[in-house]
Design a protein around this ligand. Structure first.
Ligand code: ZN
Ligand code: ZN
Length: 445
């Protein structure tokens, strides 16, 4: 069978399963869970792998899963990735009332797309025409949230890194992977349906504790040390540093207070903050991170308290492989029309979100297209998927067709892309880089 014929039977198979695939996306939408807590979602994926008769590993990095399809011919190993977790947004229409978890980033569609690629390649019986393997990964915790909770998991030895893909790398699940792809949902820009290319910033996370002394807030504040005021000064100091950042570094710093005191009548003695420090290059966000630490120390110094700053590696900037994108773009154009695809140049001003797909892109050829099937504000209460057929079915087809391009003809396209890709890091150098970012400091005036 030639590639065109293989693509056509695989797409027919995905089309046949479209109601089921969209059903899985909506079932996950109704069961949102934040990272490393995706127990229900993980069961759904396991059930769906079972229904495809696909043997799989589970409980990888707490909730992750992995399965593969093998052509039986030597070739390359392509990972198709879906993210299990939701973000947390108060008041989202599909949110969990109790936990505030909500799929306000559209990850529920990714799992369905990944399963769509699997059903297309498996049920159509085309595998033996290809060379190599396809590995399906349902990865936890892309949203880098609940830093204090995850830092406790880290201290207990359950994880080392706070994102799912870095954990998959650490545990060796990318050791035999040659290339990786996934598709993320987003809202339409201009008149396009799919946006590809561009870059994203990287980041570190911080978990911060200001410590003071409790005392009667009305009767004897002079005997207390107010940790909330320390945090307030630190935030003002962080704002005062903003003029020092260059536009081209796309620095973003956005702290939250997760605990502000325990009783209004008592001087706050234990105040917790979390923040990201993002930037367009590793050097840029690490340099900004040092400035933020200075601002945090200034808060503690002002009130005469102390601050403990836990800095943790976050995610690295993303780079898409341009030849890999060409293949994807040709396939997506057949499905939605070339005029509905918007392609960003590789070095435009950085997108200022971050993803751990960036980490994978430092190790191997990666693409991370966006399907503009949603409306509302990402991570906001109004972010919902309007076009499930586009988000789930079309994207499953586009990725399956791209897998076929990579693995047909003895996997010659995959081999060419891999040989030409200039990966900045190897897995060991990546892991040492992340470990070098981990830092704990207690500053007391
Ligand atoms: Zn998100
Ligand atoms: Zn996301």
């Amino acid at each position: 069978m030639d590639s065109t014929k293989i693509k056509s039977v695989v797409c027919d198979e995905i089309e046949k399963n479209k109601d089921k695939l969209i059903g899985v996306a909506k079932e996950i939408l109704e069961n949102p869970e934040p990272g490393f807590k995706e127990f229900k979602t993980s069961k759904i994926v396991s059930r769906e792998f079972d229904s495809l008769d696909m043997h799989h590993e589970s409980e990888i990095a707490i909730t992750g899963l992995k399965s593969h399809l093998d052509s039986g011919n030597p070739g390359r190993n392509i990972a198709v990735i879906g993210e299990l977790d939701s973000v947390k947004v108060l008041g989202h229409p599909f949110g969990d009332q109790e936990t505030t978890a909500a799929h306000a980033c559209g990850h529920h569609c990714q799992i369905a797309m990944m399963l769509g690629v699997a059903v297309g390649l498996k049920a159509s019986g085309v595998l033996e025409s290809l060379s190599g393997k396809v590995t399906f990964m349902a990865v936890p915790a892309e949203e880098y949230i609940e830093i204090e909770y995850r830092d406790n998991l880290r201290r207990n030895g359950e994880i080392e890194f706070l994102g799912g893909k870095p954990e998959f790398v650490r545990l060796g699940h990318f050791d035999d992977i040659d290339m990786a792809m996934m598709t993320h949902t987003s809202v339409p820009t201009n008149d396009s349906k799919i946006t590809i290319g561009g870059t994203n910033v990287g980041m570190v996370g911080k978990s911060i504790q200001f410590s003071g002394v409790a005392s009667h807030a009305g009767g004897s504040p002079h005997l207390g040390v107010n940790a909330l005021n320390a945090a307030m000064v630190a935030m003002s100091a962080i704002h005062a540093q903003r003029e020092t950042y260059r536009d081209e570094d796309s620095i973003r710093i956005h702290p939250i207070i997760t605990k502000g005191g325990v009783a209004v009548s008592s001087v706050p003695a234990d105040v917790r903050m979390e923040t990201y420090v993002r930037g367009g290059s590793i050097e840029a966000f690490l340099s900004a991170s040092e400035k933020v630490d200075r601002a945090l120390r200034a808060g503690a110094m002002t009130v005469g308290g102390s601050v403990t700053i836990q800095t943790l590696p976050g995610y690295l900037p993303i780079q898409n492989n341009e030849t890999f994108l060409d293949l994807y773009q040709n396939n997506a154009a057949e499905l939605v029309g070339q005029e509905k695809i918007s392609r960003l140049p590789p070095h435009v001003m950085h997108g200022t979100g971050s993803t751990d797909m960036g980490d994978i892109s430092q190790l191997m050829p990666v693409i991370h297209p966006y399907v503009e099937a949603a409306s509302g504000n990402g991570h906001g209460i109004d972010y919902v998927i309007d076009d499930y057929e586009l988000a789930v079915v079309t994207c499953a087809k586009a990725m399956a067709m791209t897998v076929i391009d990579l693995l047909a003809d003895g996997a010659s396209n995959a081999s060419q892309i891999i040989s030409e890709n200039d990966s900045p890091l190897t897995i060991p150098s990546y892991l040492s880089l992340l470990r070098s970012m981990t830092k704990e400091e207690t500053f007391k005036e």
